[in-house]
Write a protein that binds this ligand. Structure first.
Ligand SMILES: Cc1ncc(COP(=O)(O)O)c(C=O)c1O
Length: 409
């Protein structure tokens, strides 16, 4: 008898099939046309995009587009090979040089996605006798990197220095010579809270551990030259590996790791998610290189954080329960009931605002979130439009008191 491999998916399929059909289904919606970094046509209607992670609005940057088009014409649509074989072009090396200059590090390795960068670096660095110590709210790519490797995985409470200290002390007591890799994120993607890197890196170093910081949501956004939260908090010299992505502020796709570790280049010979996949196409490499140059010198960071304060404050003012209070370009409204969250999403799209609906298990503490991630390209007018619609729908669904201070006050 053949066993049904799909039977185990029945519970999630049942849940999925109970979602509303048509335009209010968050998992079937598609962009009919993208007009700009902040607007698209969805369900035939012009919609403000409030959840793209396009922090710097780079997807339509004229210089990045021109660089991509030139590379496409000169070098074709793809490399059809891994970085180990025919997939390393001069432009891939130039991109790695640009990353080294951007971070002031000795080494940089580019991956085909940020997901693969975490997968590859974590699984390869931490071997059978080593430990990986991760924050409980880590991104799926960090968890998957742990699952792919052979190290012992230890979790500590989210952003909790005392708990990290306790975990590391115990590992050191049991195994004084163990290799330990502590994995942190600059900004946590669901609620948008920053890590207290000063405390966490100090504790890690006190226990002789290596530190990796994933700056996926903070590159471009924080730090004097946009290097992220480690730069912002002045602890770059305490961080051994920085992971990042080109899929958010940089406006394209790809991932990377930078480091000053003397033997870092050995990873090119042993890191399977680097070796056994095709390299990035030349057009992507060209636009990423140009975007990094622009991000280092931009004055868009203060515009972005101003946008974030405006949205976070407006949403708090009318009485929404927020994940955090404007520490990053991410603003997340907490909705107690999952069906109400799904309805909220559906009403917002009908009103012309696209938000990210984030549900468990992708969220911390099984929260249901209406998650916005703002762009420097958003105008105050667009943010006020979002606020007006959030307030309207919040009242319609009974989430807000009828009498409240207006979000726009
Ligand atoms: C914290 C974090 N790390 C890594 C990634 C993966 O990035 P990419 O989209 O480049 O695969 C993401 C993407 O959502 C992320 O939020």
């Amino acid at each position: 008898m053949t066993l049904d491999l799909f039977e185990k998916f029945n519970p999630i399929l049942n849940e999925y099939n109970s979602l509303p059909n048509g335009e209010a289904n968050p998992f079937t919606v598609s962009m009919e046309k993208v007009l700009s970094p902040t607007t698209a046509i969805i369900n035939g209607r012009e919609t403000v995009l409030a959840g793209t992670n396009n922090y710097m609005g780079m997807t339509f940057n004229a210089e990045c587009m021109e660089a991509a088009q030139e590379a496409l014409t000169a070098l074709g649509t793809g490399t059809t090979g891994s970085r180990m074989l025919n997939g390393t072009y001069n432009s891939h090396k130039r991109l790695e040089e640009t990353l080294k200059e951007f971070y002031g590090t000795k080494h940089a390795i580019v991956f085909s996605t940020g997901y693969q960068a975490n997968l590859g670096i974590i699984a390869t660095l931490a071997g059978p006798k080593d430990y990986v110590v991760i924050d409980a709210d880590s991104h799926a790519s960090i968890y998957d990197g742990c699952a792919m490797g052979n190290a012992t995985v230890v979790r500590f409470k989210h952003n909790n220095p005392e708990n990290l200290d306790k975990r590391l002390a115990r590992i050191r007591r049991d195994d004084p010579k163990a290799g330990i890799l502590v994995v942190l994120e600059g900004v946590y993607s669901m609620l948008g809270d920053q890590a207290p890197l000063k405390e966490l890196t100090k504790i890690s170093k006190d226990h002789n551990a290596y530190v990796l910081v994933d700056e996926a949501h903070s590159i471009g956004v924080f730090g004097e030259t946009g290097r992220g939260v480690a730069q912002e908090q002045g602890v770059e010299d305490q961080v051994d590996f920085i992971i990042g992505t080109f899929s958010k502020s940089v406006g394209t796709i790809g991932g990377y790791c930078v480091s000053n570790e003397p033997k870092f280049e050995a990873l090119r010979l042993v890191c399977r998610p680097y070796m056994f996949t095709a390299s990035l196409p030349p057009s992507v490499v060209a636009s990423a290189t140009k975007a990094l140059e622009l991000i280092a010198n931009t004055n868009l960071r203060s515009k972005l954080l101003g946008n974030s304060m405006r949205l976070n404050r407006g949403l708090s003012r009318v009485g929404f329960e927020m994940g955090t209070t404007g520490e990053s370009p991410i603003a997340a409204i907490i909705v107690d009931d999952q069906n109400t969250a799904i309805a909220f999403w559906g009403e917002m799209i009908k009103e012309g605002v696209y938000v990210n609906l984030a549900l468990p298990p992708a969220t911390p503490n099984r929260l249901n979130l209406m998650r916005c991630s703002l762009s420097a390209a958003h105008t105050f007018e667009q943010i006020d439009f979002m606020l007006e619609k959030f307030e309207l729908v919040g009242k319609r669904l009974g989430l807000l008191e009828e009498i409240s201070e207006s979000a726009l006050a």
